[in-house]
Ligand binder design. Structure first.
Ligand code: HAM
Length: 418
């Protein structure tokens, strides 16, 4: 017996309608925001994530599925969608299309993390990325798309938290302040923090080590180091969120775990799914495209974790729409009637009716029993009599009523249900 790899999940046939519901909601949000779908490869050159997501992040440092292909190239299964989207934008010269470029994706992603509730090694994201606008309206629009998505899923039990982590200018000042603060504590901090001290002190703020976490509590807050432009931008974003009618809290501790962020960052957080409570996270990344070799293009986006959303919906009893059932079961009593049943079911399907007929060579009684298990609304049983008259009794299983319908009119009879 071979089992699935640790940290992965099967989607079973009686659960897939939940996934379809999530994905349909994502697509309908994308439609009203005029976001166009993109699909990028599952694997990319490792360098894309090293340069894009950042060498000092946990994701790149510890969690990537990286391997050499048979041609000796280092490739990596995508740990997230933004770096690939940025690469796609640059490589396909989308900069020459009317701006902003508003994109979305639904994608699997891979991180070698310690699995727990809401944390998997293969997970799925619905993400949106808006390229080309530095306006605060873009920040607010992206946040409102995330909010609408959660709303469509019936999720109310989440909190929007926002922060600004500034631009290169404020980050310089802030990094100096962080270093001044951490320097006297450095001896007692973990090796990762000690190496981040030189390379990227901001990353020390999301260390998971208990002792480091205590030290981090007293660290200076980025909001006190924002330059005038970043301050003004953040104020405008907050004012726009109020126009949208969103409740939010400013959480100066949100720094996000990926290096490309600048300015506005945000998370939608739940307290109902344990330690991994962030169901959706995102922010601006105005320098990423330039760092990947393009001209300067501002950008902002988010990604929501579909497994975490499912978990939240299940834990808070959010209702999923009912799974669709076949509309009719066409039973056949003998060999000739079975042929007719196949023909009728085939004709109905061509017209978009979900129809079932026997594939198990069951007796009529067993066919009825199976139809009942399927939960079909109608059952039509064809026998010698029906073949002779060309008329079949269609039984409505919900109210027990029976209607005699000509073979040629079965579709017309069922059409009202479509
Ligand atoms: P992220 O915060 O790393 O951001 O991931 C976004 C979401 O993906 C998380 O809030 C969470 O719901 C889900 N997620 C992350 N890791 C796991 C995991 N191991 N298991 C289950 N779910 C997980 C990004 O990925 C950015 N690319 C988001 C973004 C887009 N920023 C700008 N544009």
């Amino acid at each position: 017996m071979i089992f699935k790899p640790k940290g992965t999940k099967d989607v079973l046939p009686d659960q897939s309608f939940k996934w379809q519901f999530l994905e349909d909601a994502a697509r309908s949000v994308a439609e009203v925001f005029n976001l166009k779908e993109i699909r990028t490869p599952i694997f990319e050159h490792t360098e894309l994530f090293q340069r894009g997501v950042g060498e000092t992040t946990d994701v790149v440092n510890k969690e990537m599925y990286t391997f050499e292909d048979k041609g000796g190239r280092s490739v990596t299964l995508k740990p997230e969608g933004t770096a690939g989207a940025a690469r796609l934008f640059i490589e396909n010269s989308l900069v020459n299309t009317p701006m902003p470029a508003k994109l979305f994706y639904i994608t699997p992603a891979f991180r070698y993390e310690r699995p727990q509730a809401g944390r998997l090694r293969e997970f799925h994201q619905f993400g949106i990325e808006v390229f080309g606008s530095s306006a605060p309206e873009a920040d607010a629009e992206v946040i409102s798309a995330a909010a609408l998505f959660l709303d469509k899923l019936g999720i109310t039990d989440v909190q929007l938290q926002i922060n600004s982590i500034g631009c290169r200018i404020c980050r310089n000042e802030y990094n100096k302040a962080l270093k001044d603060y951490f320097r006297p504590h450095l001896e007692s901090m973990c090796p990762t923090c000690r190496s981040r001290f030189e390379k990227n002190p901001l990353r020390m703020l999301d260390c998971k080590d208990e002792n480091c976490k205590k030290i981090v509590t007293g660290a200076p807050k980025i909001l006190n180091y924002l330059c005038e432009d970043c301050k003004e931008h953040f104020e405008k974003v907050k004012a726009l969120l109020e126009i949208h009618g969103f409740e939010y809290t400013v959480n100066p501790d949100i720094v996000r775990g990926l290096d490309y962020y600048t300015g506005t960052v945000f998370e939608f957080v739940s307290t109902k799914i344990g330690a991994q409570g962030t169901v959706c996270g995102g922010g601006r990344y105005d320098n990423l495209l330039e760092e990947l070799g393009s001209s300067s293009v501002p950008a902002i986006g988010f990604a929501a974790g579909l497994e975490r959303l499912l978990l939240l919906m299940e834990n808070t009893d959010v209702k999923f729409p009912e799974e669709k059932k076949p509309l009719i079961y066409v039973a056949g009593m003998d060999e000739n009637s079975r042929k007719k049943a196949v023909e009728i079911a085939a004709g109905l399907r061509k017209n978009g009716v979900s129809a079932e007929t026997d594939l198990m060579e069951r007796s009529v009684k067993a066919q009825f029993k199976y139809a009942d298990k399927l939960g079909v609304k109608y059952v039509a049983a064809i026998g010698g009599n029906e073949l002779e008259t060309g008329v079949v009794n269609i039984k409505n299983m919900m109210d027990g009523t029976v209607s005699a319908v000509n073979f040629d009119n079965i579709y017309l009879y069922l059409k009202k249900e479509l």
